[in-house]
Ligand binder design. Structure first.
Ligand code: FE2
Length: 511
């Protein structure tokens, strides 16, 4: 056993590094290897952040995930992991040990390196005499490699009470190379009498209640299976903290100092439950979430965080709720939905991108959606018009190859073209992938709004599901995959709509 000073230092390091794979020689207390009486792998496994030589593996030890401590005592627990080239895990490519500590809710985030590019791997964890299920993942292709195809599934908005996650078995069966989750993974709201399942009583407000909320959501077997099927890249929207928050402000105008404590708890719980790299580990109320992912020469995905760095809402004095008239402040160039630093990062990244397709993975419909009474939502790009304009101009002026935008948040499948001026030539197309379970617009009230916004070519707010994107060097197809009903756990899927975008020619076509 290490001496107590060394032991304290190691514990401190383990807490600070929160699941970093420590070499087993550095830490071998008998306690960390004690048998756990119950299966700790109730929340499943996940992987994410693929690079050409590695991937992040995630799990969290929680035999009782609806308890704030997950049913774990506070001691650290050693978790071993292995990555193999076959589903039976006989050809092991890498293995190691990580320490799960209570400061990170006994989650582990293993950054595996040294793998081969562009291939499938399978992985498993062991702890306390138990083994996790086996997950499948894959690495990204070698930098600049010629790649024939990439299949991306993307989803958002999975309010637990609103429905079952019957979309996910179909998403897994579609065998995507990569899954993008674009926000609203949990909802913070209290239990409601409506709905097919129930939230806990009381809004998620602090670290314990956010942890329980993730435990509840991940108790859904379809969600766990989808994580085990492919690597995920995740970004958040508002409900991972609270509805419609922006920066340090919530809708209730809570004192920012108080609100930031809530945000810190929410970000910490988010990190603990997602397959993210250490670079995203939160520091107080701050967390680095924007990043880019390369898929050989075929695609680059730029993932945005449109919540953390935005300035306060505008034009609220003129409006009830979030719908605002077409006020001047909406067009104030000083306002950035991304914040200055993220915006600079995005433009540098776009300037350097050599990829054939450039996908902006973000939270919302980018194009205008003016209501019939002339109002806009100030919660998305409609409240930050100049940020959108700057991105479109950058796509054009930097000659960014085949830009596309993917979005979520509004619980409605939407497809449209993005132009600098209304009716102008399209610079890009965008596809909002509906919602996994959250309720959306009624189509009867959506259709006249679509007719009022000719940039939008398709909409359906009554069908739950996800988007499926197939990229080749020649073209992109997007399918909106709709399930029959999210009110039952298992439901058939169909293509609700299909679109095509030809490489080198902006604008979507129905396919
Ligand atoms: Fe949502």
């Amino acid at each position: 056993m290490p001496g107590s000073a060394t032991r304290r230092r190691l514990l401190w390091q383990a807490a600070g590094l929160a699941g970093l794979a420590l070499s087993s020689a550095a830490w071998r207390p008998a306690l960390a290897r004690a048998r756990l009486p119950e299966d700790p792998f109730t929340l499943g496994v996940a992987s994410g952040e693929p690079t050409p030589d590695g991937v992040v593996l995630w799990t969290r030890l929680a035999p009782a995930p609806l308890q704030p401590d997950g049913g774990m005592s506070p001691e650290p627990v050693a978790v071993t992991w292995e990555v193999a080239e076959d589903p039976r895990l006989s050809r092991v490519a890498a293995r190691g040990e990580a320490l799960a500590v209570s400061e990170a809710a006994h989650s582990v985030h293993v950054e595996v390196a040294g793998l081969r590019p562009g291939r499938e791997y399978w992985y498993r964890f062991r702890a306390g005499g138990h083994a996790s299920e086996v997950g499948r993942t894959r690495t990204a292709p070698a930098p600049g490699a010629a790649v024939d195809r990439l299949r991306i599934a993307y989803g958002s908005c999975q309010k637990y009470e609103a429905g079952y996650y019957g979309a996910y078995p179909h998403l897994a069966a579609d065998a995507p190379d990569l899954v993008l989750f674009l926000g609203d993974y949990i909802y913070e709201k209290t239990a409601s009498a409506k709905g097919v399942r129930r939230h806990p009583e009381g809004e998620a407000m602090d670290l314990a209640s956010y942890r329980v909320r993730y435990g509840l959501y991940k108790s859904d077997p379809n969600l766990r299976a989808a994580h085990a099927a492919a690597p995920w890249m995740v970004v958040w929207d508002d409900h991972e903290v609270v509805n419609d928050y922006g920066g340090d402000q919530d809708r209730a105008d809570t004192d920012p100092a108080v609100f930031l404590r809530r945000r810190a708890a929410a970000y910490q719980a988010y990190y603990e439950h997602m397959p993210l790299r250490r670079r995203s580990r939160p520091v107080g109320p701050q967390m680095l979430l924007h990043r880019a992912l390369d898929w050989g020469s075929l695609a680059q995905i730029q993932l945005l965080d449109t919540r953390q760095h935005r300035p306060h809402r505008t034009c609220d004095a003129l409006a009830e709720g979030k719908m605002i008239p077409d006020c001047d402040a909406r067009r104030d160039p000083a306002r950035s939905l991304l914040g200055q630093a993220q915006e600079r990062w995005l433009f540098d990244t776009l300037d350097r991108s050599q990829a054939r397709w450039n996908l902006l993975a973000q939270q919302y419909l980018m194009g205008d959606l003016q209501r019939l009474d002339g109002r806009y939502s100030n919660d998305g790009w409609g409240g930050y018009v100049q940020t959108r304009r700057r991105i479109l101009e950058r796509w054009r002026d930097a000659g960014v190859s085949n830009p596309l935008a993917l979005g979520g948040d509004i619980h409605t499948f939407l497809a449209g073209d993005l132009s600098l001026e209304p009716g102008g030539p399209p610079l890009a197309s965008e596809f909002v992938g509906g919602s996994v379970s959250s309720l959306g617009w009624e189509n009867a009230s959506l259709q006249p709004v679509l007719a009022h916004n000719p940039n939008l070519k398709f909409g359906d707010g009554e069908t739950r599901g996800y988007g499926l994107v197939d990229l080749t060097p020649q073209g992109c197809t997007v399918r909106f995959r709709g399930i029959e009903s999210a009110l039952v756990p298992s439901s058939p899927v169909r293509d609700l709509a299909r679109f095509a975008v030809e490489a080198g020619r902006a604008g979507l076509q129905h396919a």
